[in-house]
Design a protein around this ligand. Structure first.
Ligand code: TEU
Length: 552
C-alpha cells in the first residue's frame, strides 16, 4: 500500500508494504483522540466529530497512521461515553452517523486508519437491554446481565465483597423492584453484561459488524479481559476487594476472544484489535494474543505505570522480550491515555517527557500517542469542586489548545474542562512555528521511524550501559539491512556512553534525532546531558532509509 503523498509524508521515504505477515498495524503509529477534548465545532463547549475532521491536517503533518476514537456513541455520560446506551449510533453531542462516515472518508483519503472504542464488558443502565433486564425477573433479557441474591446466611449483603473501580462503593447495586443485586465493575450506571448468555455474545458480535460495515479498521476493546468471569464470583482477599478488574483472568474469555477474532476475520483489509487487558503483567497479557487467533495487540499497563528510571524501563523491555516476543505477540507501548495523569506530569519535567517520547517511538512494537502529548501538555489542575469525572481523571482530559488566542481554536474560551497549564504557549500553532518545540520533536521521531525498517520491524537488542542509562539496538538484516541505536539517560547527571558494540567493527554513529534537538546530523560525541535521549544511525549511512551501508 503506497503511502499517499496527500498524507504529507516525505515522498523520498519508500513505503513499507503491508502483507499478511506484516500487517499495517505492526508499523502504525496510533493517535488516541478523546472526542470531548479534541476540538469543538458547534460552541457547546464539548469536542465533536466535525471538530476532529477540522483538525486532520495536524495529524497528517505530524505523520500518524491511525486514530483511535474514544467512545462517541449515545450515552447518558455517567462515565463520559464508556456507558453506552446504543452501540450503533452517534451521540448528538458529537454529531451524526453522517459526520462519522465523513470523518472515516476524510481519514482514509489521507491514508489514516480509524479504530473505534468497543465497550463489551458493560452497557449504560439506560441501554434498552438493561431497562428490559431489570423490568422483571421473568424478562427475556434478565440473564443478559449479572443478577444475584444476597448470600443465604447474610441477608441484605451484596453477593460478594467486590468493590467498584469508582466511585467508592460495592460492585453491586440493589434493585428494589425485582429484589436482586446487579454487578457493575465500574459505576452503578454501568451494569456488567453476562457473556455466559449466548444471545449477549451474538448481539455484541453484531455491534462489531455494524462498524466494520461502515469501514472502520479496528477496535480498541475496553477492559476486554473481563468479559469472562469466574462463575463462582468468589470473594477477593481482604485488602484487595477493589481488584476485580485485575483478578478476572479466566479461561473462558479466550474462547470469546477467538470468536471475536473470527468476526473481524470475516472482513477484508486486516481489521485489527487492541485490548485493554488491564492485568499489569506482560506474562498474563501475552496469553490474550492466543496463538495468533485472539487479540492482535494488547496494551501493556505495567510499562505505562512504571517509574522514570533505567531499572524500571530495563525491566519493561526484558519482560516483553521474555513473555511476548517468543510467542509472536506484537508489543504495544503507551505513556499516556485518558485515564492516567499525562506522562509529562508524572515524570516531572519537559526534558524527561521528551526523552520518554524517544523511547515510545523507537521501541519494538506499535506506539499509541494520546492527543496533546505531542504538545508536551501537563494535566489541568481541577479543584475538588470542579471535578466532573467519577474516577477523578479530569486533569488529563483538558481541552487541546490549537492556537494562542483566548479560545485556543475552540468556539468558546470556557469548555467542559479548563485549559491545561500554559495553553497559550503550548498550543499547536505556536509549536508548529518553533522547530525547537516538543511538537517538532515528535514529528522528527515519526519521520525517523517511518524511514527506518529497523525501527518499524527490527529486533531489539538491549546492551550494557552505565548506571542510569538504557541502551538498545534496533536491527533488521532482511529484506534490507538497517540498524539504529537508542540511548536514554534517565539520570540527573551527564552520562558518557561507549557505542562501539561488542563483536562489531568500530562504528561511528551520527545523531539522527536528539530529544533536546542538539547535535542532530553530527557525529555522536559519546556524552548525553541529564534526561537526554538520542537516536543514532551509522555515520556512513547517509541514504534515506534502506540502510544499504553501515556494517553488517
Ligand atoms: O478503563 C478500565 C480501567 O481498568 C481503568 O479505568 C482503571 O481501572 C483506572 O483507570 C485505574 O485508575 C476503561 C476506560 O479506559 C475508562 O475510561 C472507563 O472508565 C472504564 O474502562 C469503564 O469503561
Amino acid at each position: 500500500m503506497p503511502r499517499a503523498n496527500a498524507a504529507g509524508h516525505d515522498a523520498s521515504v519508500p513505503a513499507t508494504p503491508s502483507s499478511a505477515h506484516d500487517p499495517w498495524w505492526r508499523h502504525a503509529v496510533v493517535y488516541q483522540i478523546y472526542p470531548r477534548s479534541f476540538c469543538d465545532s458547534d460552541g457547546d463547549g464539548v469536542g465533536d466529530l466535525a471538530g476532529i475532521r477540522s483538525r486532520l491536517d495536524h495529524l497528517t503533518w505530524l505523520g500518524v497512521d491511525a486514530i483511535w476514537l474514544s467512545p462517541f456513541f449515545p450515552s447518558p455520560m455517567a462515565d463520559f461515553g464508556y456507558d453506552v446506551s446504543d452501540y450503533c449510533g452517534v451521540d448528538p453531542l458529537f454529531g451524526t452517523l453522517a459526520d462519522f462516515d465523513a470523518l472515516v472518508a476524510d481519514c482514509h483519503e489521507r491514508g489514516i486508519k480509524v479504530i473505534v472504542d468497543w465497550v463489551p464488558n458493560h452497557t449504560s443502565d439506560e441501554h434498552p437491554w438493561f431497562v428490559e433486564s431489570r423490568s422483571s425477573r421473568e424478562s427475556p433479557r434478565r440473564e443478559w446481565y449479572v443478577w444475584r441474591d444476597s448470600p443465604a446466611d447474610v441477608p441484605g449483603r451484596p453477593p460478594n465483597n467486590w468493590l467498584a473501580q469508582f466511585p467508592d462503593g460495592p460492585a453491586w447495586t440493589w434493585d428494589e423492584a425485582t429484589g436482586q443485586w446487579y454487578l457493575h465493575l465500574f459505576t452503578p450506571q454501568q451494569p456488567d453484561l453476562n457473556w455466559d448468555d449466548p444471545e449477549v455474545e451474538s448481539a455484541m458480535h453484531d455491534t462489531l459488524r455494524f462498524w466494520l460495515d461502515r469501514g472502520v479498521d479496528g477496535f480498541r476493546m475496553d477492559v476486554v479481559h473481563t468479559i469472562g468471569k469466574d462463575p463462582e464470583l468468589p470473594n477477593l482477599p481482604t485488602g484487595r476487594e477493589r481488584d476485580a478488574v485485575i483478578a478476572n483472568d479466566v479461561a473462558v474469555t479466550h474462547d470469546r476472544l477467538r470468536a471475536i477474532r473470527k468476526v473481524l476475520d470475516e472482513y477484508p483489509g486486516q481489521r485489527t484489535s487492541v485490548g485493554e487487558v488491564y492485568l499489569l503483567s506482560p506474562e498474563r497479557i501475552a496469553t490474550y494474543y492466543g496463538r495468533g487467533d485472539e487479540l492482535h495487540m494488547s496494551f501493556n499497563f505495567s510499562a505505562l505505570w512504571s517509574r522514570w528510571s533505567a531499572e524500571a524501563w530495563t525491566r519493561n523491555l526484558d519482560e516483553v522480550a521474555t513473555h511476548l516476543d517468543p510467542v509472536g505477540a506484537w508489543p504495544t507501548w503507551a505513556l499516556s491515555n485518558h485515564d492516567v495523569p499525562r506522562h509529562r506530569t508524572r515524570y516531572g519535567s519537559e526534558a524527561r517527557a521528551r526523552a520518554a517520547a524517544m523511547l515510545l517511538l523507537t521501541l519494538r512494537g506499535t506506539p499509541f500517542l494520546y492527543a496533546g502529548e505531542e504538545l508536551g501538555l501537563t494535566d489541568a489542575e481541577i479543584t475538588a469542586a470542579d471535578q466532573v469525572d467519577p474516577g477523578g481523571r479530569d486533569g488529563c482530559r483538558a481541552p487541546v489548545p490549537w492556537d494562542p488566542s483566548t479560545t485556543h481554536g475552540w468556539v468558546r474560551a470556557d469548555n467542559w474542562l479548563p485549559w491545561p497549564p500554559d495553553a497559550a504557549t503550548l498550543d499547536a500553532a505556536s509549536q508548529r512555528r518553533d522547530p525547537a518545540s516538543v511538537l517538532h520533536l515528535y514529528r522528527r521521531l515519526l519521520t525517523a521511524r517511518r524511514g527506518s525498517p529497523a525501527l518499524m520491524q527490527g529486533a531489539l537488542g538491549r546492551r550494557l550501559a552505565p548506571d542510569g542509562v538504557l541502551l538498545y539496538e534496533r536491527r533488521i538484516v532482511a529484506p534490507v539491512n538497517d540498524r539504529r541505536l537508542v540511548i536514554v539517560n534517565f539520570g540527573d547527571n551527564a552520562a558518557h556512553v561507549a557505542t562501539d558494540l561488542e563483536g562489531d567493527e568500530p562504528v561511528r554513529w551520527s545523531v539522527e534525532v536528539s530529544s533536546d534537538g542538539s547535535g542532530e546530523g553530527d557525529v555522536f560525541s559519546g556524552t548525553l546531558e541529564p534526561s537526554q535521549a538520542v537516536l543514532l544511525r551509522p555515520a556512513a549511512d547517509t541514504g534515506h532509509s534502506t540502510g544499504h551501508s553501515g556494517p553488517t
